[in-house]
Design a binder for this molecule. Structure first.
Ligand code: NAD
Length: 366
């Protein structure tokens, strides 16, 4: 089958790990007889340097006309402090998500038992963790208006507005309920309803929508308690649904269960995962300027994001599993990038880690 894939590497380690994920997709296309047409486009700081805006129209149009988007990461010290807020790299991702209606961000957290020694959390606490975090992606303080900064007689002042509508909450909760149905049928909604009126509405709508899913066991947890439970008792969670800001923060926190932020992938979708809809796929990590250009970034989060792309946008489940199995097999053979290295393992760089995965896909050792 033939598919169009937009490749937006972005900044710092973004292009490094995205190139490896693309190579993995090429190996998949060869083994399974698909035709993937890749088109690269600038985004973030790279686009600011090239054409003066973080999301050029050409890049957005390419994304609109593709079957899926393979995304790296954007940002870096060169651009992040730009005094014009709309000219910061991060704006590109917000605009992309909003323009393409990508409101559902799926972030699976399933630590590899082989890497149990890499988490600061005790292995017996981490063992068995398998969480699907469903983060709302086009609302919350990231998008609420007004968003402004000004000078008062007392000094500088800035406002971000937290804003959620019933419609925005209901549609993300439906996605979470449908995913829970395919899993252990347990849904936890993370809110801050004791302090924020937006999260009061959130909780009400969660209860109303979940009434349509009597087979799902629903629980509510306050965000501060969740911040503690996610690392002290992670196996109690199955599907977790939460707002944009909490979802962002708590998945970085959850990455300590896995052992490195370089391991966690994500999918951003415009609705339920149907296997045939445009989606954006990116590691949950940022552009890691501290290790950029050194060839040591862990490409696994990007490669697993490519597996989600195969599953959720191209409907290629068998191929997605082949990639996931090849990653497990590579870790099983003892290959480790610096962030997950341990005594006795074979330490490799970004390129070699991906090459090991590709070898296992190509030789059907997955
Ligand atoms: P970060 O996620 O880039 O890095 C945090 C730490 O994790 C760093 O020590 C980094 O070296 C390490 N790390 C990240 N990815 C890794 C990988 N693949 N392998 C090994 N180690 C890895 O977060 P940050 O330092 O707070 O942000 C850096 C830049 O990234 C900022 O400009 C920020 O705005 C941007 N950012 C972009 C995105 C995105 O593109 N979606 C998300 C978050 C942050």
């Amino acid at each position: 089958m033939s598919f169009k894939i937009a490749v937006l590497g972005g900044d710092c380690v973004g292009p490094e790990v995205t190139a490896e994920a693309q190579r993995v997709l090429v190996a998949v296309s060869k083994r399974f007889g698909h035709d993937f047409l890749f088109t690269e486009a600038p985004v973030g700081g790279a686009a600011l340097d090239a054409v003066g805006v973080p999301l050029p129209d050409e890049t957005l149009n390419l994304c609109r006309n593709s079957d899926a988007i393979l995304f790296g990461s954007i940002g870096g010290p060169r651009w992040d402090d730009n005094s014009r807020f709309d000219l910061r790299p991060g704006q590109a991702l917000l605009s992309l998500r909003e323009s393409l209606g990508l409101f559902a961000n799926l972030r699976p957290v399933k630590p590899y038992p082989l890497l149990a020694d890499k988490s600061p959390v005790r292995p017996e606490v981490v063992r068995g963790t398998d969480i699907m975090v469903v983060r709302e992606l086009t609302g919350d303080v990231y998008f609420g208006q007004p968003k402004k900064r000004w000078v008062t007689p007392e000094g500088r002042r800035a406002v971000d507005t937290m804003d959620y509508s019933e419609r925005e909450i209901a549609r993300i909760v439906r996605v979470a309920c449908e995913l829970a149905r395919q899993r252990k049928k347990r849904l936890t909604s993370v809110d801050k309803s004791n302090a924020l009126i937006t999260y009061r509405l959130w909780k009400e709508v969660v209860i109303e929508v979940c009434a349509e899913y009597p087979d799902i066991e629903l629980s509510h947890i306050l965000a501060d308690n969740f911040a503690m439970q996610i690392v002290s008792n992670p196996t109690r969670f199955d599907v977790v649904v939460t707002g944009n800001l909490f979802g962002d923060i708590f998945t970085d926190e959850a990455s300590v269960l896995a052992g490195s932020i370089g391991l966690l992938p994500s999918a951003s979708l415009a609705g339920l995962p149907t296997g045939r809809a445009l989606g954006l796929y990116e590691p949950i990590h940022g552009s890691a300027p501290d290790i950029a250009g050194k060839g040591i970034a862990n490409p696994i989060a990007a490669i697993l994001s490519a597996a989600l792309l195969l599953r959720y946008s191209l409907g290629l489940e068998k191929e997605a599993r082949a990639v996931e199995h090849a990653v497990s097999a590579t870790l099983g053979a003892g290959y480790r990038t610096a962030d997950i290295a341990s005594p006795g393992s074979t330490q490799v760089g970004t390129r070699e880690m991906a090459r090991q995965v590709i070898d296992r896909i190509s030789t059907k050792e997955d």
